[in-house]
Ligand binder design. Structure first.
Ligand SMILES: Nc1ncnc2c1ncn2[C@@H]1O[C@H](COP(=O)(O)OP(=O)(O)OP(=O)(O)O)[C@@H](O)[C@H]1O
Ligand SMILES: [Mg+2]
Length: 530
């Protein structure tokens, strides 16, 4: 029999809240864990990413809170600030129809503000270990009457970085409490260590054989280090993600990639630990609203983060360990939705990929970087889909354009009108996704010359001589006619005689210069540069 939330021994207000949140039936981990927590036992719960572990502990915790008493009755510890905010949000939704108060406390936010709220009385605190400890030391958070303690992302919390803080927090907490540990990954060493903090816990594991969530399609692309950025752009242009998270290994890597993607016109922003909390909040808010399409992040976003409609996760840098892989890719394919996880792997990293595959007990298939033609084909298909959707959308106010449409159609053939409109739309679309190309004619070039700008990527070893050699050889023009060349970090300007421009363009389209594939596409001359 399929279980329902009504079947649990929980308050009607909670039941109502789950309906309001769109939960139709409990997920497998919820089905198993909720009754055990309600029964008072300690639990170590493990289930794949995106399967509702938050509500699995949230529902029984909120059910057992005495809302008339104002002291802190439950503490949830999370490894990151963003996760603390999110988990507190889920608790607030679950207690929409009762009076349970939840407060997130985390570093980077004014402590005075948090102290005021704590004084007013909250029953549930969700926080990061450092700030929670800070409050304990100031005497503004008392855990002597705590009845439930949760370590969300338990394996991460019990790993080296947090263990000291956690132990200090536990020394201040009521020993009569119930302890609950949750994660999608639970390495044996951590599981063993956890017994020190728990009282005869029940281990509840939803084991599906593989560590990674089933609705995530996983692939990897073999890339050269110096081509990584271009490869990434090709991939995202051909995949047209709805929302994507791109993971880098370092904060510096995040900043650089964010800049490069923004320069190419992608709606991207970065998240890492060196930003101020208000900057981090702004980025997360933009990403949740869809104002930005790509969140570029360190592992700070790897665990627990739940954003609707993340269709793609991309490991720009391969994750350092299998757990990181599982959690990173688990930002997509959540709550019954499908997702795609892509990992870029350099030849040197192939061994590491194999070791990840062994640990997660599944094979990740390889894919080839799409060619420019494939990208264009895919984009056009996606584009046709959009056009057809508009055509079939009867809500549209066609009358608004009727006059102009009639006028154009009376003056020109229909296919010409349509293709011109497409060109208009495609170029403005194209400009968003590439900064490579060439200006026709007069934009700053010498008289009679056409100026190309060529995007060759940061790490390409490019010199004027190499460029001239390669271009003249490939295109079959004399090196002498090539005019001014300016080489910048990310791109190069090169002038050729106007009459040679079409040949140069054709020749360069599929060429390699300085060992790198040129990313060269016709771009509209930029507005205002005529
Ligand atoms: N019973 C349910 N029915 C439908 N959706 C649910 C249900 N329970 C939870 N969800 C939703 O599923 C999403 C994922 O839940 P949650 O963040 O708790 O997953 P998780 O198991 O903690 O994943 P992770 O391991 O990545 O932290 C959330 O948007 C949540 O609101
Ligand atoms: Mg979670």
């Amino acid at each position: 029999m399929v279980m329902k939330f009504d079947d649990f021994d929980i308050s009607s207000s909670l039941n109502k809240a789950t309906k309001e949140m769109g939960f139709e039936a409990p997920s497998p981990i919820q089905e198993k864990v909720i009754p055990v927590i309600l029964g008072g036992r300690d639990v170590i719960g493990q289930a794949q990413t995106g399967t509702g572990k938050t509500a699995a502990f949230g529902i029984p915790i909120i059910n057992d809170i005495n809302a008339k008493q104002k002291h802190v009755q439950a503490l949830i510890l999370t490894p990151t600030r963003e996760l603390a905010i999110q988990v507190a949000g889920e608790f607030q939704k679950l207690s929409k129809f009762n009076k349970v108060q939840t407060l997130p406390v985390y570093g980077g936010q004014s402590i005075g503000h948090q102290i005021k709220s704590l004084k007013r009385g909250v029953q549930v605190v969700v926080g990061t270990p450092g700030r929670v400890l800070d409050h304990i030391n100031r005497g503004t958070l008392k855990l002597d009457r705590l009845s439930k303690l949760v370590l969300d992302e338990a394996d991460e919390m019990l790993d080296m970085g947090f263990i000291d803080d956690i132990e200090k927090i536990l020394q201040n907490a009521n020993t009569e409490r119930q302890s609950l540990l949750f994660s999608a990954t639970m390495p044996p060493a951590i599981r063993k260590l956890s017994s020190r903090y728990m009282n005869n816990p029940e281990h509840i594991t939803i084991d599906k054989g593989e560590m990674t969530a089933p609705l995530i399609e996983q692939v990897y692309y073999k890339v050269l280090d110096k081509n990584k950025l271009d490869s990434l752009c090709r991939i995202i242009d051909s995949e047209t993600p709805e929302l994507g998270i791109v993971f880098c290994r370092t904060k510096k890597g995040v900043s650089e990639l964010t800049e490069s993607l923004q320069a190419r016109g992608y709606a991207a922003d970065g998240l890492h630990g060196d930003l101020t909390q208000s900057q981090r909040d702004v980025v997360m808010r933009k990403f949740r609203k869809g104002t930005i399409e790509f969140l570029i992040a360190t592992d700070v976003a790897a665990r627990g983060i739940d954003v609707q409609n993340v269709s793609h996760v991309i490991n720009y840098d391969i994750p350092q360990d299998p757990e990181s892989y599982v959690h990173r890719i688990g930002r997509t394919g959540r709550a019954g939705k499908e997702g795609i996880a892509i990992t870029l792997v350099t030849p040197r990293e192939m061994k590491h990929l194999r070791s990840i595959e062994r640990e997660i007990k599944s094979q990740i298939p390889a894919k080839g970087i799409p060619s420019i033609e494939e990208v264009v084909e895919k984009q056009q298909a996606a584009w046709k889909h959009q056009i057809v959707e508009l055509i079939e959308d009867n809500e549209q106010d066609d009358a608004l354009y009727a006059e102009l449409v009639a006028e154009l159609l009376s003056e020109f053939p229909a296919d010409k009108v349509v293709s011109s409109l497409m060109k208009l739309a495609f170029y403005s679309h194209d400009e968003k996704t590439t900064s490579a190309g060439y200006d026709f004619g007069e934009t700053g070039a010498q008289k009679g010359m056409t100026r190309f700008f060529i995007n060759v990527g940061r790490n390409v070893d490019m010199t004027p001589k190499k460029l001239v050699d390669d271009v003249s050889r490939l295109v079959g023009i004399s090196p002498k006619v090539i005019g001014k060349i300016d080489i910048f970090e990310n791109f190069t300007f090169m002038e050729v005689p106007q009459e040679s421009a079409p040949f140069v363009y054709e020749g360069l389209k599929y060429a390699r210069v300085g060992g790198a594939k040129i990313n060269l596409e016709p771009a509209k001359p930029r507005p205002g540069r005529k």
